[in-house]
Design a protein around this ligand. Structure first.
Ligand SMILES: Cc1cc2nc3c(=O)[nH]c(=O)nc-3n(C[C@H](O)[C@H](O)[C@H](O)COP(=O)(O)O)c2cc1C
Length: 203
């Protein structure tokens, strides 16, 4: 599929048909995600792909529990819960782990009164920006291969619990996830701002 068509067609998919996502397609999605630009070419990512239904249910269970303890009974709670746990019904979920990168500027840290975290913040989190680029490659590749997906951050409320379940160990940490599968039913595109609202040309 043409890149412009993939971009146009992509939408967050939260309901999936029961068709599995083949390992070949999953590997291809991750291969393309790994082609994304990253700060210093650090490629600070690992992709843990789960198709094991019971494990996904367990993961969603940890998120349910965490939401229950974190949020007092509130009207929005069930919405938060839904958007954070629907991934349990996806045929595949790709968990993304990040490793702290060492920037060239980090070598100057001992001469400055700054930590790696300070520097990362000053540079507006290039490590997280790199992950964003990889996740978008992944989502567009899912569309190209006939699937749909959804970027997930709601589940991060249970980050520690999920890291334990997925055996993600230091220096790695869980940073995002993407659910993938064949969309069930019609895909609804969410409305986007008109071009003139987001475009400034300084010529
Ligand atoms: C960083 C990030 C985190 C997101 N986390 C969630 C999430 O936890 N649950 C969810 O249902 N959608 C999540 N989304 C999807 C957004 O809700 C979605 O992209 C947005 O509503 C626009 O819709 P569209 O993707 O169909 O264009 C996330 C998107 C991004 C970029």
């Amino acid at each position: 599929m043409e890149l412009a068509d993939c971009i146009q067609k992509r939408a967050s998919i939260r309901k999936y048909a029961s068709d599995p996502v083949s390992e070949t397609d999953l590997r291809e999605m991750i291969r393309r995600a790994g082609m994304a630009p990253s700060v210093n070419n650090s490629q600070p990512w690992q992709f843990i792909v789960v198709t094991h239904k019971a494990l996904l249910e367990q993961a969603a269970g940890r998120v349910h529990e965490k939401i229950d303890t974190l949020f007092p009974p509130a009207k929005v709670k069930s919405t938060v819960d839904h958007f954070s746990t629907f991934f349990e019904n996806a045929p595949a979920v790709i968990f993304v782990a990040i490793k702290p990168y060492s920037a060239i500027a980090d070598k100057m840290l001992d001469q400055m009164d700054l930590s790696h975290e300070d520097l990362n913040s000053i540079r507006r989190y290039p490590d997280l920006q790199s992950i964003g680029a990889a996740v978008e490659h992944l989502l567009l590749s899912a569309v190209d291969l006939g699937y749909g997906g959804c970027w997930l951050s709601g589940l991060m409320v249970a980050r520690k619990e999920l890291e334990e379940l997925l055996q993600i160990r230091q220096p790695w940490s869980l940073v995002a996830a993407v659910s993938v599968g064949k969309p069930a039913g019609h895909t609804v595109q969410s409305e986007k701002k008109p071009l003139d609202e987001i475009f400034t040309l300084i010529a």
